[in-house]
Design a protein around this ligand. Structure first.
Ligand code: SF4
Ligand code: SF4
Length: 459
């Protein structure tokens, strides 16, 4: 193993200008990542020599793959394109799908460049939606003044014939355009994305990019603390907002370097005598906070990386993961009151908002169990509650975009469906267990459907 090194920041893929002490590592060279925020160990394979690099933060900044949408068209991004004396130029912006906003900008700039160089050339601009960022409105105005012909289309109004003739048919316009086509390429995730996701234990997101849209995850935060995603690692929209996202990310890195504290106050310990190394906890942890401890030959939870969802505890088949506190307590004075199991990241916040808006706690006449994520709700636990209490149960999880633990809401939904199947087999009312989804912003909705539920319970 070559000598150890310590950096404030590692760039996986493209390196950007920063003042941090940083290192660039190609995605192909990276083999493994251990450790947690502030103390990651990246194992690289350089010229067949393993090298361990210590870093505090990691930015994954992989380039997009550009896939041509038509074999015979030039790329809108290329400076090397054909201009045929006798034919018009056709800029094709959104084929076959809507492009990112930054592509409107590239298309308008290209159309103006052609018109500046060839003032007599007919330039057609075909698009599904014009996106306005930065100075696009000014570019659009100039393009119209330059007599560039804009043709808007919806799917079905545009056909490509033999890769070079465009048949445009919309309302009373029926055109067959034969010219030099400059098309926006389709942007795809970088080649190494899947392997990088495995190395960092990150969830796949939209269309195999690494990011899932989540209102809690600021755009470039991955599920793993201290690991950030930019550009082609994140999704097509990341290209449009690259400068803002880069600034945000570097600011986060700077804050981390000033000091990181634990997010969750409870530590989770793995009992190495009970751990059978099944890796369930490793797979289910949405925050890449579990790692193998080679010395103890069991798994371990990394406290700075852990975000306290307790999913590992609820899924460990041998109950090897312990938490200091009994976190599932029913709070409430009246055992007859309906029972709410609420996510502290959505319903709990919505209830606080409702209280400050209306001056009344919407949860006051319920028995309440607060959970860090509804995905920790287990069938056994629900049946235990149903056997002890006569009250019905409402589980309040998150809408997809609001789930701090990425897919916790989906996992809970599956558990609830199985509980309902079991209830049906036992000939017990399925409606004794309800499941609703909320975001922390849905204070009014929370008040409304709790009122409806209570009304339904009375009947
Ligand atoms: S789920 Fe439990 S038994 Fe399996 S590896 Fe994790 S701690 Fe060990
Ligand atoms: S509590 Fe959640 S975030 Fe922490 S280690 Fe377990 S699964 Fe991961």
């Amino acid at each position: 193993m070559a000598g150890k090194r310590k950096f404030e920041l590692a760039w996986i893929g493209d390196k950007e200008e920063t003042d941090f002490e940083s290192i660039q590592i190609s995605a192909e060279d990276l083999v493994a990542c251990q450790g947690e925020i502030g103390d990651f160990k990246l194992i690289c394979n350089k010229e067949n020599q393993p090298e361990e690099i210590n870093v505090a933060n990691i930015i994954i900044n992989l380039p997009y793959q550009e896939e041509p949408v038509l074999e015979k068209a030039d790329s809108l991004f290329s400076d090397d394109y054909d201009i045929n004396e006798d034919k018009p130029v056709i800029i094709l912006q959104d084929y076959p799908e809507l492009s990112a906003a930054v592509i409107s900008q590239a298309g308008l700039e290209k159309a103006l460049e052609i018109k500046d160089n060839y003032p007599d050339k007919e330039v057609y601009y075909l698009y599904q939606a014009m996106r306005f960022i930065e100075d696009n409105d000014r570019l659009y105005e100039r393009a119209r003044e330059s007599e560039i012909i804009f043709l808007k289309f919806d799917l079905g109004q545009l056909k490509i014939i033999e890769e070079e003739i465009i048949h445009y048919n919309r309302e009373d316009i029926d055109l067959k355009l034969n010219g030099n086509i400059l098309a926006a390429p389709e942007l795809k995730p970088a080649k190494e994305t899947e392997r990088i996701a495995r190395i960092f234990n990150l969830a796949d997101g939209y269309k195999e990019y690494l990011q899932l849209d989540n209102i809690y995850l600021q755009p470039t935060l991955s599920g793993k603390r201290g690991v950030y995603l930019l550009k082609g690692s994140r999704g097509p929209t990341a290209l449009t907002y690259f400068e803002e996202e880069l600034d945000f990310t570097l600011n986060e890195v700077s804050k981390n370097l000033a000091g990181v504290t634990e997010i969750d106050k409870y530590d989770r310990e793995v009992d190495d005598q009970k751990c059978i190394l099944c890796y369930t906890c490793y797979r289910v942890c949405p925050h890449g906070a579990i790692q193998r401890d080679d010395e103890l030959n069991s798994m371990k939870v990394m406290d700075l990386a852990c975000q306290g969802c307790n999913l590992c505890l609820s899924r460990c088949p041998t109950n090897a993961i312990q938490i200091e506190d009994d976190y599932l307590k029913i709070e409430g004075e009246n055992e007859q009151d309906p029972i709410l199991i609420i996510c502290e990241n959505s319903a709990e916040i919505a209830a606080e908002k409702y209280n400050s808006m209306v001056g009344k706690d919407p949860l006051e006449s319920y028995q309440k169990i607060e959970v860090p994520c509804v995905s920790t709700v287990e069938r056994g636990q629900i049946f235990e509650i149903l056997s002890k209490y006569s009250s019905d149960i409402m589980i309040l999880g998150c809408v997809s975009e609001a789930c701090k633990h990425l897919t916790g809401h989906d996992r809970c939904q599956q558990v609830v469906e199985r509980i309902k199947e079991d209830l049906e087999k036992l000939e017990i009312e399925q409606d004794r267990v309800h499941y609703e989804r909320l975001s922390p912003r849905m204070a009014a909705d929370l008040g409304a459907f709790l009122a409806d539920w209570k009304e339904a319970l009375k009947q």
